[in-house]
Design a protein around this ligand. Structure first.
Ligand code: ATP
Length: 380
């Protein structure tokens, strides 16, 4: 299924036309490589999914991701130029985002978060992508800094449609989904409660959490285990941005996203009109400094050509260390997508008198283990 690229170029479905270079990313389901499309000498990214490692549910998510990536046509969304099967792998060909993800930007240069001017531009572009997706009847369901990609020209694109969902499934407009997915720190309260269902407003909550992640370098509650994140999200007041260094309009915009009742959250379209986004500066003013500070998001350990491109101030051992800490952080978060059964079994073995989490949550409102278990999703 070869397709026209953004630049009106056609990319073939012949693997011999692509030369895979170094690894640039590694997610729960795939490895992403920088690659050259030999007929045009174009640099691209190729996501390789090992189909043998996928069970039926994963295959469905792969099918959805490639399908969504194929039809999206928006400057702030990563689209698939084409996809095809090579041996037991699915290759998805897409534009190469040379500066990597916002998660990578924070880990490599700004562990305590980005500047407001940078965040404002990145969020405005991301929200524009969400507005487009929602108008098409789609929910992204995994909005987070790790899925917001940057290139060295200041382009911002939302990626990873592995868990995105269509609200028009089965031909009917299905406004509410009731499948449990997403990652706990960014997950809206209504998504955690499987029986209530959710819609595109769940992305607005995740967007608010992503704003806090960009401001602090990590999302709220990231220090807690998944089960505790679920419970605290449901029971505690929504997180807020408190730091004096940020503007009132930024704090107010986040507060509008992080309202527990989804009906009271604004749509992406309405949120784009918030005064915070009126201050967004073009990338040459907002992202120039950040982009100049970033190391290329290449895998320095496994690939010699990648190692040659490391800046002189980054020794292989510090690069290795960063890679290790990054992969632990990413796994700790992304793997949660697939750990719902594990969470349920954890909950079933918990006893009120021997678990601090349950005890504290009972103090905060839950009175029985049964009540506590009811917050856990029944579907996944
Ligand atoms: N087009 C691209 N250009 C540059 N880097 C990319 C591109 N696509 C993905 N990456 C990098 O690869 C990483 C993993 O990609 P992706 O998130 O698509 O994989 P995944 O297996 O779906 O991840 P997850 O664990 O979030 O489900 C991203 O975080 C990003 O750093």
């Amino acid at each position: 299924m070869s397709k026209m690229g953004e630049s009106q170029r056609i990319y073939s479905a012949n693997p011999a036309d692509y030369k895979l270079l170094e690894e640039i990313g590694n997610g729960a389901s795939a490895t992403v490589y920088r690659a050259i499309y030999l007929p045009l000498d174009d640099v691209l990214a190729v996501k390789c999914l090992d189909l043998d490692r996928c069970n039926n549910g994963d295959l469905e998510s792969v099918r959805r991701e490639t399908q969504t990536m194929g039809w999206v046509d928006h400057p702030n969304l990563v689209r698939a130029y084409c996809s095809f099967v090579v041996d037991r792998n699915l290759w998805v060909v897409m534009p190469f985002m040379s500066a990597g993800s916002c998660f990578h930007a924070m880990k490599s240069a700004h562990p305590n978060g980005l500047e407001e001017i940078e965040i404002c531009f990145i969020l405005k572009e991301t929200l524009t992508a969400l507005d487009y997706l929602h108008r098409q009847g789609h929910i992204h369901r995994d909005v987070k800094a790790g899925n917001i990609l940057l290139d060295n020209n200041g382009a911002v694109k939302l990626s990873d449609f592995g868990v995105s969902a269509c609200m028009f499934d089965s031909g009917d407009r299905q406004r509410c989904r009731n499948t449990f997915t997403g990652t706990p720190c960014w997950m809206a309260p209504e998504v955690m409660q499987a029986e209530t269902g959710y819609d595109s407003k769940a992305d607005i909550w995740s967007f608010g959490i992503t704003a806090l992640e960009l401001a602090h370098g990590h999302p709220p509650l990231s220090q807690y285990p998944p089960l505790k994140v679920l419970l605290m999200t449901l029971q505690n007041a929504p997180p807020r941005l408190g730091d004096k260094k940020f503007s009132k309009s930024f704090k107010d915009m986040i507060a509008m996203c992080l309202v527990k009742d989804p009906k009271k959250r604004p749509t992406a379209e309405k949120l784009l009109k918030h005064s915070f986004f009126k201050h967004a500066k073009p990338p040459e003013l907002s992202l120039k400094k950040l982009l100049s500070e970033l190391r290329p998001p290449l895998n320095p350990v496994k690939d010699e050509s990648a190692q040659q491109q490391l800046p002189s101030n980054m020794t292989p051992s510090s690069a290795e260390q960063e890679e290790r800490s990054t992969s632990v952080y990413q796994k700790g978060i992304s793997a949660w997508n697939f750990d719902i059964e594990e969470l349920k079994s954890q909950a079933s073995t918990l006893r009120l008198d021997d678990d601090e989490t349950v005890e504290s949550n009972c103090r905060d409102g839950f009175t029985t283990v049964e009540q506590f278990k009811q917050v856990l999703p029944m579907k996944c």
